[in-house]
Write a protein that binds this ligand. Structure first.
Ligand code: SF4
Length: 433
């Protein structure tokens, strides 16, 4: 019997090595076997109970051949090696319709299988992952049951659990947040803390009016400013999430004000230092504005299609991701744009360890790892997607989805390509500009 480590088993062993103690594999005998397989690359052994355990738990697999170099390469390129964060998209339902939202046109759906989600997150925790981000949509409003999940995965209060929110609940009384009634925002924040949440991340688009207009809610900016001390007093960390566009003047004013509050900075400290502190805190999220979804309404047409460098179409996240995303529809994803990264199986219907072990079989994995995506550039119809774009990720995501859809059909002719391009244009928002 020839045995090799799976992606999951290999990553688990990496974590054990880093920690230098068998925290995650408590049985020394089994740990020894895993180490022996890793050292020998392929282990030729006769069957035993220990092997049976390791195989049935997805740490080890049996292979037929003896391709030493191929397996060595597989270990060296383990797609799970750098994963250190899990994003749980609990719901796509939202109470706002923000101008830059990338997912405005997606189906509205909320995760309902709480026990299954908890089990899957436990499997991911075993890989040494201790950062879990709950995002939406608006989790705090629509994700019924999400606090049961955070409570369960942070029982020992040793995890980093953050929730992204637009702040609709601030300064409200007797409000319903994801199926529970709260007397006040302080009551709500306290409940988050008691259920294992450690960070509340507020989305910020600009200073005062700029933010309020972008979110379509009067007074929202001041509400967020007013809640920051309450979050801190309750023992949670307030953070910010920012989408960077070129008009950042008012955003900088907002960020300086917020940094001063959340890090208790001296009012006289220079603005650059305040911004640096905010930027250096990895729990804050700075992302680029991407011209897709609602963002297409603010497209600036910065880069001409002819300027695309084919090698920039490749995204490493598709084959060596840092973040695994569990989508509300059950799909495992690696990309936040539309469903571009949802090609690694569905954990609602399959064992998540098995899915992670088959990561390399995903079409999208191969599309990017084998540099095939450039072959689909000819299907990027500039009459539909435009001659100009703002960010290469909008082109990457559109091409990835087109390629994936083409891979699923048996006859590729002009009419089937037309149909696919039209479908992608529709749900990525291009048919509305
Ligand atoms: S395509 Fe862009 S947004 Fe998507 S995973 Fe890659 S870098 Fe991130």
């Amino acid at each position: 019997m020839k045995l090799i480590l799976t992606n999951y088993g290999h990553k688990l062993l990496l974590i054990n090595n880093i920690n230098d103690n068998p925290t995650f594999i408590t049985d020394i005998e089994k740990l020894k076997i895993l180490k022996k397989i890793r050292n020998e690359i392929i282990l030729d052994e006769t069957f035993s109970k220990n092997y049976e355990y390791l195989i049935s738990n997805g740490l080890v697999e049996v292979i037929e051949n003896n391709d030493f170099q191929k397996i060595k390469f597989k270990y060296n390129k383990n797609p799970l090696e750098f994963v250190d964060r899990v994003v749980v998209e609990f719901t796509t339902e939202c109470n706002f319709n923000c101008k830059h939202c990338r997912n405005g046109s997606l189906n509205k759906i909320t995760e309902t299988n709480i026990p299954l989600l908890i089990n899957n997150l436990h499997s991911l925790k075993l890989l040494g992952i201790n950062k879990f981000e709950f995002i939406g949509g608006e989790v705090t409003k629509f994700a019924n049951g999400w606090l049961n999940v955070t409570k369960e995965i942070n029982k020992d209060f040793d995890q980093i659990i953050s929730v992204y929110t637009n702040g609709w609940w601030i300064n409200k009384s007797n409000f319903d947040a994801a199926g529970k009634i709260y007397l006040s925002d302080i009551d709500y924040i306290t409940d988050l803390k008691n259920n294992g949440v450690t960070h509340i991340v507020f989305s910020i688009d600009g200073y005062k009016e700029k933010h309020n207009i972008s979110r379509g809610i009067n007074g929202l900016y001041d509400n967020i400013i007013s809640v920051l001390p309450k979050v801190k007093n309750a023992g949670l960390k307030p953070q910010i999430s920012v989408v960077l566009k070129d008009d950042i003047e008012t955003l900088v004013v907002a960020l300086i004000e917020i940094a001063t509050i959340i890090y208790d900075l001296d009012k006289n400290l220079n603005p650059e230092s305040k911004l640096r502190i905010l930027q250096n805190d990895k729990m804050n999220a700075f992302s680029n504005f991407i011209d897709i979804g609602n963002g297409l309404q603010n497209k600036r047409n910065l880069i001409h299609f002819s300027q695309i460098d084919e090698k920039h179409l490749i995204c490493k996240a598709f084959y060596r991701p840092q973040t695994i995303r569990l989508q509300a529809n059950g799909n495992i994803s690696i990309c936040p744009l539309l469903d571009a990264g949802e090609d690694y199986g569905n954990f609602h219907n399959n064992n998540i360890v098995e899915l992670l072990n088959n990561f390399q079989k995903s079409f999208s994995y191969q599309l990017h790892a084998n540099k095939q995506i450039k072959n689909y550039l000819k299907y990027y119809d500039t009459n539909i997607f435009g001659l100009y774009f703002d960010h290469i990720c909008s082109v990457r995501s559109v091409l990835t989805i087109i390629a994936r859809k083409m891979n699923k059909i048996s006859i590729i002719d002009n009419s089937s390509i037309r149909k696919i391009v039209d479908e992608v244009a529709e749900y990525s928002g291009y048919n509305e500009i």
